[in-house]
Write a protein that binds this ligand. Structure first.
Ligand SMILES: C[S@@+](CC[C@H](N)C(=O)[O-])C[C@H]1O[C@@H](n2cnc3c(N)ncnc32)[C@H](O)[C@@H]1O
Length: 362
């Protein structure tokens, strides 16, 4: 679905939108300040009748000046309305307070991305995540993930899990329905998927592949849950092309993983998947594609998240346009047997792929 085919705004609306972009960082900081200092909650609690600046200042303990500048800004932001000196929350303000997608996005941008995004232009020029230096000297964020400051890690995982949590139960039914007994989970991260699969399917085994730091965290959890006999660990830096994948599995699962890589890297990874799978093996890919979204807000979130990959994650990947992504899948020798779109609130797409019978030259 293409939400972007027409320029529907009048000139006046377009100029307003341009100002929202110009003041984007100010809007963002004002919204976060109002969430964190309780102003937004106090305005919400006042209901439709609304609340004056002096009352809101008193209830939050802010100075009247502090409450005033934020509340006045909230009008232009579309977060509050003003009638007869009283501020009331709008639907947008309500989403800022209570909507899961908005909260995961805003905290992720604040804690993980905000400072690093100042290096976006430099990152585009060098093809490296120049913004990552705000946290440490790693080549990619994944190498540093297990040692990021706790609040940054928390927002990173909440963001990641917000996307996967809603879709996993739906996709798990589909995947378990395929009768898979031995699965490789590449980029298995905290082990959420692997754990839930073996818990739901008593004769299933999963081999998790990920960077050693991530696997250590996952292994701890798996051991605590007493699942070590059915979840195995294969530490790997997938970018090392000498790394081949363990054979003897029915399927390979990759959720929100291939978006961590460039098109050429995706093809290289998938060629090794091709080698590891038998002729009947399945390749299962769960991704968010911005061109496969029902809602413009979802497509927008995905397009903006791509720039996190550019400035912070690795400098060369993104959440893809499905057509660009599929070219990398075909280049590795796979065909797409089935594509299921609009999965869960996050609008995931599941690609069920099979080996095409023509061998690749991997
Ligand atoms: C966005 S997370 C996906 C987590 C999980 N599959 C999900 O759907 O929630 C990407 C995962 O890929 C792993 N990863 C990134 N680069 C990697 C590399 N070069 N080799 C192995 N794993 C890598 C990260 O450690 C992380 O666990």
């Amino acid at each position: 679905m293409n939400h972007f085919s027409k320029d529907t705004r009048t000139a006046i609306e377009a100029k307003e939108e341009a100002q929202k972009i110009a003041f984007g960082p100010v809007i963002f900081q004002a919204a976060q300040a109002m969430r964190k200092n309780g102003l937004l909650q106090v305005i919400r609690d006042a209901g439709k009748l609304g609340i004056t600046i002096a009352e809101a200042a008193e209830k939050t303990g802010l100075s009247e000046y502090g409450a005033r500048v934020l509340m006045e800004a909230s009008l232009g932001m579309g977060v509050c309305t003003l009638n007869e000196g009283k501020y009331a929350i709008t639907k947008t303000g309500f989403f800022l307070l209570y909507d899961d997608l908005t909260i995961a996005n805003i905290d992720f941008i604040d804690d993980v991305c905000y400072n690093g995004l100042a290096y976006l232009q430099e990152s585009i020029e060098t093809g490296k995540p120049e913004g990552l230096k705000v946290f440490g000297n790693w080549a990619t964020i994944y190498e540093g993930l297990s040692s990021l400051p706790p609040h940054v890690q928390k927002s990173w995982f909440s963001f990641d899990h917000h996307f996967s949590d809603g879709s996993f139960p739906i996709v798990r039914k589909i995947v378990l329905g395929m009768g898979i007994k031995k699965l490789i989970d590449i980029g298995g991260n905290t082990g959420k998927w692997a754990i839930s699969c073996v818990q739901q399917s008593p004769d299933m085994e999963v081999t998790m592949m990920d960077l050693p730091g991530q696997l250590r965290m996952a292994e701890k959890k798996v051991t605590e849950l007493g699942l070590s006999d059915r979840i195995h660990f294969h530490p790997v830096n997938i970018l090392d092309e000498k790394e081949q994948f363990p054979g003897g599995h029915d399927a390979i699962w990759m959720s929100q993983f291939l978006d961590c890589f460039s098109e050429a890297e995706i093809t290289s990874i998938l060629k090794r998947c091709y080698q590891a799978l038998g002729d009947d093996g399945r390749l299962l890919i769960l991704e968010n594609f911005w061109d496969c979204q029902k809602f413009a807000a979802a497509a927008f979130s995905i397009q903006m998240t791509s720039l996190y990959f550019t400035a912070l994650a690795n400098g060369n990947s993104q959440l893809y346009d499905s057509e660009v992504f599929k070219k990398a899948v075909f280049a590795a020798g796979f065909i797409i047997e089935k594509q299921i779109d609009y999965i869960g609130e996050a609008g995931h797409t599941l690609l069920v792929c099979r080996k095409s019978m023509a061998e690749t030259n991997a």
